[in-house]
Design a protein around this ligand. Structure first.
Ligand code: CP
Ligand code: NVA
Length: 288
């Protein structure tokens, strides 16, 4: 909550046009991407710049972590030039190794296991639109993927009701479910999206085939029949339900065009909040 409150404060300053707060002046950030990105790249780069810093983008062909060079070497070399490292990788172990070997702070910009910066932005968006996270009902419909793991890890810190409606065989990691449950949040895993969404404050979805799984896309389209978030499902959720999606969306696959364009869709304020949430995360890890 401390980081989210800071995000609200710094967002207000940036939105007002005030650029006098330059805590990252003279600082540099390395951004390592093993996968594609729009939001994560632009929100980190622009956010760091708006607060005075300079960000260096390293795309999938630049470092080739683990292939051209060992992760532990990348960690120490980049730390020699930069005050902070942000990385988007495939294996979660890579981000753990970067953090272990880098003397500077390392921020997770998505792994196959989780996407914490996304969920911080989502939490900020819920506070702005619903007023709270505690005691809300968030229903995720789709693949039990990295986004779901981050929702569960949020539920391990803030108590709320989280439901994951996914096809059999696509459930989230059982250990992560247990972490959230044992912290006191109500967690349900179901195969029935229609029943699940009833009374939801948020209906959330994400692509059925994540980065690294695109060759399974056609197969998944068959298996995930009935899990598309459309206007009818949003109607079943009830009048207070907002639609959220981390984006990029495949309209006509996991979500309809109509659902994304509806008045209760908050996917674009949600995307903007990536930058504001991450600014607060960077301020936190740099002690600024
Ligand atoms: N939501 C998200 O992380 O988007 P990008 O893949 O474009 O960064
Ligand atoms: N689950 C998606 C999230 C994209 C932001 C992926 O990993 O591709």
């Amino acid at each position: 909550m401390k980081i989210l409150n800071r995000a609200i404060e710094v967002k207000a300053m940036i939105k007002s046009g005030d650029r006098s707060f330059q805590p990252f002046k003279g600082k540099s950030m390395a951004m390592v991407f093993a996968k594609p990105s729009m939001r994560t790249r632009v929100s980190f780069e622009t956010g760091f710049f708006l607060l005075g810093g300079h960000a260096v983008y390293l795309g999938p062909d630049d470092i080739q972590m683990g292939k051209r060079e060992e992760t532990r070497d990348v960690a120490r070399v980049l730390s020699g030039y930069n005050d902070i490292i942000m990385a988007r990788v495939f294996a979660h172990q890579d981000i753990l190794d970067l953090a272990k070997y880098a003397p500077v702070p390392v921020i997770n910009g998505l792994t196959d296991y989780n996407h914490p910066c996304q969920i911080m932005a989502d939490a900020l968006t819920m506070i702005e639109h619903i007023g709270r996270i505690e005691n809300t009902k968030v229903v995720y419909v789709g693949d039990g993927n990295n986004i779901v793991h981050s929702w569960l890890l949020l539920a391990a810190v803030i108590p709320f009701h989280f439901v994951c409606a996914c096809p059999k065989g696509f459930e989230p990691d059982a250990k992560t479910v247990e972490i959230a449950r044992s912290a006191g949040s109500k967690i349900e895993i179901t195969n029935d999206p229609k029943e699940a969404v009833k009374g939801a404050d948020v209906v959330y979805t994400d692509v059925w085939a994540s980065m690294g799984q695109k060759e399974e896309a056609e197969y998944r389209k068959q298996v995930f029949q009935g899990f598309m978030v459309d206007e009818a499902l949003m109607e079943m959720a009830g009048p207070k339900a907002f639609l959220m999606h981390c984006l990029p969306a495949e309209r006509g696959v996991e979500v309809t065009d109509g659902a994304i364009e509806a008045p209760n869709s908050i996917v674009f304020p949600q995307a903007e909040n990536r930058m504001h949430a991450q600014n607060a995360i960077m301020l936190h890890v740099l002690g600024a």
